[in-house]
Structures are given as structure tokens and as C-alpha cells.
Write a protein that binds this ligand. Structure first.
Ligand code: BES
Ligand code: MN
Ligand code: ZN
Length: 489
């Protein structure tokens, strides 16, 4: 599928399917729309009346065009209120166009959507919407999927000169798709060893520096919290540290840390049936976003140094498993009473944060499928954001607004740390049920000393059970685009 940016008018474009975006104040068809409708012998007006089309967001209608017109079919996609237009409206409209064009068996598609802010941003959003909506994960199907699309060319009308924005969008989508594929692959495909292999591939392809700390290396660094989680698995833990260094002096140095539990059984506080244990392959969604972002950064090559980090392991049960109640010592010397082995993500992150804090970066952010409590608080589509640093929090909010990935700032309510006080150790790893995502964030904070830090709880948005705009059901690749925006900003 090829993208082309031209200044061809929708009135002159010829091809299989012409797709037009309409605001709700345009249903009367004036200007170019009226001219086009005349050319099509009133087809647009008739279609809109028949379907009572009001141009609401996420609505679309389509029809075949008769006679000897330049086009065979037309799609009208609703953009809603003009003053509510966002980049994500365009991304979703493009996704809806792509999916409809696919079902109409189109080969060539002309897309005419209004410009939001700049032609570049618009072309990027449209390309992302199309690419992400059409992506299908067929890696594990024995028969090739017949439902694949036959679209060969997407022409962005009125957006001539935006070729580099289109390429950037394609680079970004390759990272989102890597993240989706990592999350969707089950725990018997993606484990600490294959994650490390994947990181090696990224390092080879993009010339990254790669350090993989083996169990013995982690022992030497005193990473008792991470290793406690890893100790019941038959597979060795891998602490992955991938580094992108720009040519010349970096403008900024950043670290991105992803929770990398390739499977979370809960440990001896075993997840029960109905708890979604069979979905716990997705517990490396933070690491997936981290490495997805690395893939994009390797292509975009910004003047920023970025460290991509994940302490990768499984949380399993065996005779070697942590006992509930065990004390662990993290690499900053703090001791933890593991009153629940299912709160394992924060244990692995503790040592990863201590490690990243020592790198001397300007800021660090962790992404983690950390708590069910965050899903209860914010639902499936919105990540929680915690940070003691207002500037960093605002940078992330801006990055997320542009990418259309939703997040909401949550309080680091220090008083709630009371709930983590332990009798003999420095802290417990879980507190009361109430405010569970906040105490999780406060726990992480104990392992950050000097670097500006933010935590994103992505337990909800890394997965979707139903089709949702440019995400089909399954792994969403959440986080990659906002991370890239943040690094590039
Ligand atoms: N990986 C889970 C959190 C999770 C739940 C992610 C659902 C995605 C969907 C995490 O390790 C966990 O088990 N958290 C516990 C913490 C509790 C024991 C304090 C939880 O949320 O129940
Ligand atoms: Mn758990
Ligand atoms: Zn987990």
C-alpha cells in the first residue's frame, strides 16, 4: 500500500473510492460538495437523506456511483462539530475510511479531509489512522487470512508536499505494530529469552548499544526485588538496557522503563479463575511500548539520548517461589515485605528505577500494566499518570494529546504511604484495596532519588476487547506514539 500526497481537487480525482470528510454544519452541501453532487447527479444528497446522515463523528455512509463518472464509489465520513476538531478526529476518520474502502474492495482511494493546524500534522494523522486500522495480526493463523485488504494506493488530496510526514507516520506505525505483536504473542512465544533476542535484533538493525544483565550481573548489583519475582521461573531473567545515542552532543538524555512480566501467574498469591489469568501475557505491555518506541527512535534519529530499560521475567510458582511474607532487599538497600506475590510489577520496577536513576538522565518515565485498581478508576481507555514533577507531567499530557492516547493525572497522595508501613521491613509491597493504584505509585517513588520521574499505569489501554477506531480488537500498542512525541519534543 502506497501513500501519495497531491493537490488534486476531489472534483478531478479519478479512482475506485473517493472519501470526503464532512462537518455537521456541511450537511446542506455547499461549495465544492455541491459541485461534486451535481457532477454525480445528486447521488450525495440522495444518500445523505436516505441514511439521515448528520455527519456525527465515527459515522460514515457509502454508495456506488453510476454513469461514466471518474470515481466508482464514494464514502462520506462524519467529523462532528467543526470547533471540536482534533488530530485524533482525523485519525479516526481515516481509520473509518480505510475499513470501509476495504469492505468496498477498493484498490485506489482518494482521501479529502480538512487540515488541522498544519498539512504535515494532518497527513501524519491520516496515515497513522489508515495504517493502524488496516493492520491485522495473522502470525498465528495456519491459513492466510482472506480478509486482507487489496488497497494499493491512498492519495491524500490537498496535502502535496507532506511526504516526510507520511514517512514519519509509517516509521511510527512500525513501532506501534511491534508493540502490538509483542503484547498479543502468548507467553510460550514471548519470554525473557525471546524478549532479549528481540532487543538484539533492534540493536543490530538500528545500531543501538545493548547491555543485557544476566541473573549473576543482577545479583552483583543487589537487585533482590527483581530477582525475588524471577526465582520461581524455569527461564532466566533478563535485564535489558538498550541505548540510542545521537551523533554529536545530545540535547537531552532520557530513560524509558517498561514493566516486562512476560507472564504474571500471581505467584503463590495465585490468580484465581475469573481474574483474567489467561490474559497475563499482556503484562509486558509497558516493555512492549518501550521497545516499540525504540524501533521508531532508531528510524527518526532525534538529537536526544534515550535509554530503553526493562527487567524482564515471568512471575511463576514452584518450590523456589517467594513465600508470601518474604523480605527482599532492593538495589538501593531498601527492604520490602512481600505481603502479596501478585504485586510483582512494582518489585521488578523498583530495581529498574534504581538502575535508571543512576544514569544521570534529565528525566525518566516508567510504563506498567501495574494495577487492576487503575482500570477500576479510569476504565479501559485511559492510563493513569503520576509524577511529583509538574513540568514532566505537562510534557506527557501534551505528548498524549497529540497522539490521541488518553491519560489522566492522578495524585501522589503521600499520606497513603501509611498503608505500606511494615512491622520489620522498610515497607510492604501492597496496602489496602482502596487507592490501590496510588499506593502502587507511592511504592515506586521510594526507588527514585534524584531524577525527574513519571509513572504511567497502562493496565487498561494496552488491550481492547472490541474494535475501537484505529485499533482492532486485541493489543493496541498503547504508549508508543506518546513516548515518541515526548522524546521528539
Ligand atoms: N499485572 C497485574 C495488574 C493487571 C491487572 C494488569 C489486570 C492488567 C489487567 C499486577 O501485577 C497485579 O496483579 N496487581 C494486583 C495488585 C494487588 C495484589 C495489590 C491487582 O491489581 O490486583
Ligand atoms: Mn500481579
Ligand atoms: Zn503483573
Amino acid at each position: 500500500m502506497e501513500f501519495k500526497a497531491t493537490n488534486t481537487s476531489p472534483l478531478d480525482w479519478s479512482g475506485d473510492v473517493l472519501a470526503l470528510g464532512l462537518f455537521d454544519d456541511q450537511v446542506e452541501l455547499t461549495g465544492d460538495f455541491a459541485t461534486l453532487d451535481e457532477k454525480l447527479a445528486g447521488t450525495l444528497k440522495e444518500l445523505m437523506e436516505e441514511t439521515e446522515f448528520k455527519a456525527k463523528t465515527d459515522s460514515n455512509i457509502s454508495t456506488r456511483v453510476g454513469g461514466n463518472s471518474l470515481i466508482r464509489k464514494v464514502i462520506l465520513v462524519g467529523l462532528g462539530q467543526r470547533d471540536k476538531l482534533q488530530l485524533d478526529t482525523l485519525r479516526r476518520a481515516a481509520a473509518s475510511i480505510a475499513k470501509t474502502a476495504k469492505s468496498l474492495k477498493a484498490k485506489t482511494v482518494g482521501v479529502s479531509l480538512p487540515i488541522f493546524e498544519t498539512a504535515e500534522a494532518t497527513a501524519q494523522a491520516i496515515t497513522e489512522g489508515v495504517e493502524l486500522a488496516l493492520y491485522q495480526d495473522t502470525r498465528f493463523k495456519s491459513e492466510p487470512d482472506e480478509k486482507g485488504h487489496g488497497i494499493t494506493q491512498i492519495e491524500l488530496l490537498g496535502l502535496a508536499g507532506t511526504e516526510s510526514a507520511i514517512t514519519r507516520a509509517q516509521n511510527i506505525c512500525s513501532g506501534v505494530i511491534l508493540a502490538r505483536e509483542l503484547v498479543a504473542a502468548p507467553a510460550n512465544e514471548i519470554n525473557p529469552i525471546t524478549m532479549a533476542d528481540m532487543a538484539k535484533d533492534l540493536a543490530t538493525t538500528y545500531g543501538f548499544e545493548l547491555n543485557i544483565l544476566e541473573k549473576e550481573d543482577c545479583e552483583k548489583l543487589g537487585m533482590g526485588a527483581f530477582l525475588g519475582v524471577a526465582q520461581a521461573s524455569d527461564l532466566p531473567p533478563k535485564f535489558i538496557h538498550l541505548i540510542y545515542r545521537p551523533q554529536g552532543t545530545p540535547r537531552r538524555k532520557l530513560a524509558i522503563i517498561g514493566k516486562g512480566l512476560t507472564f504474571d501467574s500471581g505467584g503463590l498469591n495465585l490468580k484465581t479463575s475469573g481474574s483474567g489469568i489467561e490474559m497475563m501475557k499482556m503484562d509486558m505491555g509497558g516493555a512492549a511500548a518501550t521497545f516499540g518506541a525504540a524501533k521508531v527512535i532508531g528510524q527518526l534519529k532525534p538529537d536526544v539520548e534515550v535509554h530503553f530499560i526493562s527487567a524482564v521475567t515471568e512471575n511463576m510458582i514452584s518450590g523456589h517461589a517467594m513465600h508470601p511474607g518474604d523480605f527482599l532487599k532492593a538495589s538501593n538497600g531498601k527492604t520490602i515485605e512481600v505481603n502479596n506475590t501478585d504485586a510483582e510489577g512494582r518489585l521488578t520496577l523498583a530495581d529498574a528505577l534504581v538502575f535508571a536513576d543512576k544514569l544521570g538522565v534529565d528525566a525518566m518515565i516508567d510504563l506498567a500494566t501495574l494495577t487492576g485498581a487503575c482500570i477500576i478508576a479510569l476504565g479501559d481507555d485511559i492510563a493513569g499518570l503520576w509524577s511529583p514533577d509538574d513540568t514532566l507531567a505537562q510534557e506527557l499530557e501534551t505528548a498524549a494529546k497529540t497522539s490521541g492516547e488518553k491519560l489522566w493525572r492522578m495524585p501522589l497522595e503521600e499520606k497513603y504511604f501509611e498503608g505500606l508501613k511494615a512491622m520489620h521491613a522498610d515497607m510492604k509491597n501492597t496496602g489496602p484495596r482502596a487507592g490501590g493504584s496510588i499506593t502502587a505509585a507511592l511504592f515506586l517513588k521510594q526507588f527514585v532519588e534524584k531524577t525527574p520521574w513519571a509513572h504511567l499505569d497502562v493496565a487498561g489501554p494496552v488491550w481492547t476487547d472490541k474494535d475501537n477506531g484505529y485499533h482492532s480488537a486485541g493489543a493496541t500498542g498503547y504508549g508508543v506514539r506518546l513516548l515518541v512525541n515526548w522524546v521528539m519534543s
